[in-house]
Design a protein around this ligand. Structure first.
Ligand SMILES: [Zn+2]
Length: 105
């Protein structure tokens, strides 16, 4: 007997938050891109679009980790990311110390 029922995880609210933020980022990125093409080459709008794209990618990665069951753990050292950190920004790839290395790279 195959049990493919989704394992109840405590991440459901985080997933909803991630999906909401993703939708928001996609919308804001489209606006920024529209702005960048309608006006003169707009470095600010392009920069904003690039930042948003990076955020969208981080959110996608977080959602993928959620599916893989590794969400909430640092991708580098595997230590648990404190929930209060996830609440302020629900898609960090790493713990505080590793995230610095990750975002610098
Ligand atoms: Zn770490």
């Amino acid at each position: 007997m195959t049990t493919t029922t989704a394992v109840p995880t405590p991440w459901a609210p985080f997933r909803a938050e991630l999906e909401a933020q993703r939708t928001d980022c996609v919308g804001r990125r489209e606006l920024a891109l529209a702005e960048a093409v309608t006006s003169l080459p707009d470095a600010v709008a392009l920069g904003r679009a690039a930042t948003l794209l990076r955020t969208i990618e981080e959110i996608d990665a977080a959602l993928a980790r959620m599916d893989a069951g590794t969400y909430g753990s640092c991708v580098r050292c595997g230590s648990v990311i404190p929930p209060e950190r996830l609440e302020s920004r629900p898609f960090p790839a790493g713990c505080v110390s590793c995230q610095q290395t990750l975002s610098e790279g």
